[in-house]
Design a protein around this ligand. Structure first.
Ligand SMILES: NC(=O)C1=CN([C@@H]2O[C@H](COP(=O)(O)OP(=O)(O)OC[C@H]3O[C@@H](n4cnc5c(N)ncnc54)[C@H](O)[C@@H]3O)[C@@H](O)[C@H]2O)[C@@H](O)CC1
Ligand SMILES: [K+]
Length: 501
């Protein structure tokens, strides 16, 4: 697991490193610039001969000037564009020092007219206009400067973060540099991974520059990303075990004409390691389920006995998934009330269950168990009565607010799904790909998380780990069938590969 930080947190880390550990700002700047250059050369395998470095007037610009000097040492023809100064902005003291050094080494400075005329081309265009200090919309000439940079040909690389992207939430403040790669210092910044910032920052590379975990002091980071080493947290398999050792999962899913959701969910749960899965569904789905997932035990009942049967099944289970394909009719509404009132084991609420709860979110307050909700932005919009556009641009905040308000775990699904758990941690998921935007993908996720819960994982661990594993399964599916042809069943097959990774 590694942490992601906001701009404010990065400033705090910076201050603590300078004030408590006595590392001067210029030392950090030098280390950052050296790490940047090392990574840059590694990425292009030393095949660079010309570079343009656009510098703002703060410390991001100071980095840019130091990078110019270090690239020159490597025999690269560098040109710096002092865009911040040209626009009359106040310079930082470290920027002033770096500029003096650049002048002493006669590093060539180009003016805007020359850059915008496109007279010269550069192998790499480096953006050092703004970093984590960006605090308001970019306007006027500086906005135009960014447009000029975006129109240049060549490889585009941002120093720390693409200028114009808010480090906290990924918003575009006015306009933004479009980077192919971003080389960032010490910790990933949240805005590099949240939409739309992720599209502007390109591939993000975190390099070390001398700020360590010790600089957190008493402050606790609260946003994290899971990594391959976190797979060690998956429930272990013991030698002398049987199917009962790996949890009893109840999946309440499917309705007339909706059998697929139950199939995907149950199959995914078995592929995730469950020993026993029961599917509570309607009688019409018997044939298809018994053909597609013969391993699952089916429970169906007549309308007059369904409530009693459901209550019995809730008693049997170690964990429950409720919602995929149940519809939003009277039967589904009755079941929602029963499940929320009577379930005493960890519960995943997905799909139609979320649409029903959207009409009565207070039902969540009555529940007496750990609840994980897995809405996509459309379902979240119905749950919160906020437009989808707002949910998409405030993904982390939306998940966190909902989790806190209802004391639940909120898995807000998107390209980079955000999971807010009730203890205050939030996870941004980086596994997965756009091939997973396909029908049934959400049912697979619900089955994966449900399976981990039934195997005894705590809800606050099962939710982010399930999301991560689901993404890895999607990545394995991409290897086999690409993104266009990927179907939910391929993601289920991909689950088999995760263990090997
Ligand atoms: N955190 C650290 O410890 C280190 C940070 N370094 C660099 O320093 C950067 C942060 O530097 P700064 O805090 O000086 O900030 P920036 O260089 O990102 O921005 C410069 C200044 O521009 C002003 N500004 C903000 N928004 C503006 C807007 N829309 N239009 C015009 N002016 C605006 C602000 O006063 C801000 O301080 C990092 O991104 C990184 O590149 C490195 O030098 C290494 C050490
Ligand atoms: K930048």
């Amino acid at each position: 697991m590694r942490y992601l930080v906001s701009g404010k947190e990065m400033k705090l880390l910076d201050q603590n490193t300078s004030q408590v550990f006595h590392v001067p700002e210029l030392v950090l700047m030098e280390q950052a610039s050296m790490a940047f250059v090392q990574k840059l050369l590694l990425l292009k395998q030393n095949k660079l001969s010309t570079a343009l470095i656009a510098c703002g007037s703060g410390n991001n610009g100071g980095d840019g000037l130091a990078i110019a000097r270090l690239l020159r040492e490597q025999g690269i023809f560098v040109f710096v564009w002092l865009a911040g100064e040209e626009e009359g902005h106040r310079t930082s003291s470290s920027y002033d020092v770096q500029k003096q050094i650049c002048s002493a080494y006669s590093i060539p400075v180009v003016q805007k007219e020359k850059v915008s005329a496109g007279e010269a081309s550069y192998d790499v265009v480096i953006d050092a206009l703004f970093g984590t200090g960006l605090s308001r919309e970019i306007s006027g000439e500086l906005a135009n400067d960014i447009d000029v940079l975006n129109q240049l040909s060549g490889w585009k690389v941002a120093v720390d973060i693409a200028s114009g992207i808010c480090s906290d939430d990924g918003a575009v403040l006015g306009t933004a540099f479009r980077a192919d790669d971003t080389i960032t210092f010490s910790f990933g910044k949240k805005g590099q991974y949240l939409w739309p910032g992720n599209e502007y920052c390109g591939k993000v590379h975190v390099v070390s520059m001398g700020i360590t975990q010790e600089s957190w002091l008493d402050h606790k980071p609260h946003t994290a990303v899971l990594e391959p080493e976190d797979l060690k947290k998956l429930p272990s398999r013991m030698a002398h075990t049987n199917k009962g050792s790996y949890g009893k999962l109840l999946i309440i899913a499917g309705s007339v004409n909706m059998s697929g959701a139950a199939c995907f969910c149950a199959k995914a749960a078995y592929r995730m390691g469950s020993g026993l899965v029961r599917v509570f569904t309607c009688e019409q789905n018997r044939l298809i389920l018994q053909t597609k997932v013969p391993e699952a035990v089916l429970v169906t009942g007549q309308e007059n006995e369904e409530e009693t049967l459901l209550a019995e099944q809730l008693q049997w289970a170690d964990a429950v998934v409720f919602g995929p394909g149940i519809g939003t009719g009277q039967r589904a509404r009755r079941m929602t009330s029963t499940v929320l009132a009577q379930c005493r084991v960890p519960l995943v609420l997905d799909a139609d269950a979320l649409n029903i709860i959207a009409d009565q979110p207070e039902l969540l307050e009555q529940a007496k168990t750990d609840i994980i909700l897995t809405p996509h932005p459309g379902e979240m919009s119905r749950l919160t009565k906020k437009p989808v556009s707002e949910i998409l641009t405030t993904l982390e905040q939306s998940a966190e607010t909902f989790a806190k308000r209802f004391h639940v775990i909120c898995v807000l699904k998107d390209f980079h799904t955000v999971t807010a758990v009730s203890d205050g941690m939030t996870y941004v998921n980086l596994s997965g790909n756009n091939g997973m935007a396909t029908a049934g993908s959400g049912d697979v996720l619900a089955g994966v998380i449900g399976s981990l819960l039934a195997q005894g994982m705590k809800a606050e661990e099962a939710a982010p780990l399930g999301v991560y594993v689901h993404g890895l399964a999607g990545d394995a599916a991409k290897e086999k069938c690409g993104v266009r042809g990927m179907m939910a069943s391929d993601i289920i097959e991909g689950l088999k590969e995760v263990e090997k990774s």
